[in-house]
Write a protein that binds this ligand. Structure first.
Ligand code: UDP
Length: 193
């Protein structure tokens, strides 16, 4: 159930199927690293071997962007629809709202991080916001940030540290987390408005 484009293996599930899969994983207490991959990520993976390893090690790579769908079609394969990161974030938050999941937001500037938190709290009041941290910390602070996430035990960890940092961060630390860990790029900036 995958379509390979330039060495990156994309899921060919619809948005609904993707959400159902991730809900099951969270309920089963599994860890799922989700990469919402666009052509920028594919090109970055070709340039940067560490990044390629982080992406290859992900559990689910979904096609964020029509470029990937067009690429698949050129290879004679079909991906049914786009699974955009920002839309997937909202779909997962709707589940978190209904199921009272714990949510942690890592990344963006302190203002955007807090703005995103406020926006999600307004839209999804049933979710439990167990922690948040901005994305401008140095290597010496990383362990403290990871410890905070670990202690908060989020079902959903959204990581907006930009490409390639967000996928590298998740790959490095996911063995200490349970639930969905997903790089969310500029989503917090959009949520904060
Ligand atoms: N970001 C961060 N720490 C960093 C670099 C970026 O938290 O060291 C955040 C940035 O504030 C933005 C998000 O990561 O909210 C995405 O950044 P950008 O648009 O530069 O990355 P890309 O679109 O390439 O993923």
């Amino acid at each position: 159930m995958a379509v390979s484009i330039l060495g990156v293996s994309f899921s060919d599930r619809t948005m609904d199927e993707t959400v159902a899969l991730l809900v099951r994983a969270v309920e089963d207490g599994r860890t799922v690293h989700v990469v919402t991959a666009n052509p920028e990520i594919v090109m970055q993976a070709r340039r940067n071997p560490d990044y390629a390893a982080a992406v290859r090690g992900a559990d689910l790579i979904v096609p964020d962007g029509v470029g990937i769908l067009i690429g698949a079609r050129l290879l004679g394969r079909a991906i049914p629809e786009r699974v955009a990161g920002y839309d997937l974030l909202h779909r997962l938050m709707a589940e978190a709202d209904r199921r009272r999941w714990r949510v942690f937001l890592l990344g963006a500037t302190p203002e955007a991080n807090e703005g995103a938190l406020r926006a999600l709290q307004r839209q999804y009041p049933g979710a439990v916001y167990v922690g948040h941290h901005h994305g401008y910390f140095g290597p010496d602070e990383e362990e403290a940030v990871v410890r905070r996430i670990e202690d908060a035990r989020p079902h959903l960890l959204f990581v907006s540290l930009g490409v390639p940092r967000q996928e590298l961060f998740i790959a490095r630390h996911k063995h200490r987390f349970t639930g969905v860990c997903m790089g969310t790029g500029g989503s917090f900036d959009v949520l904060a408005g």
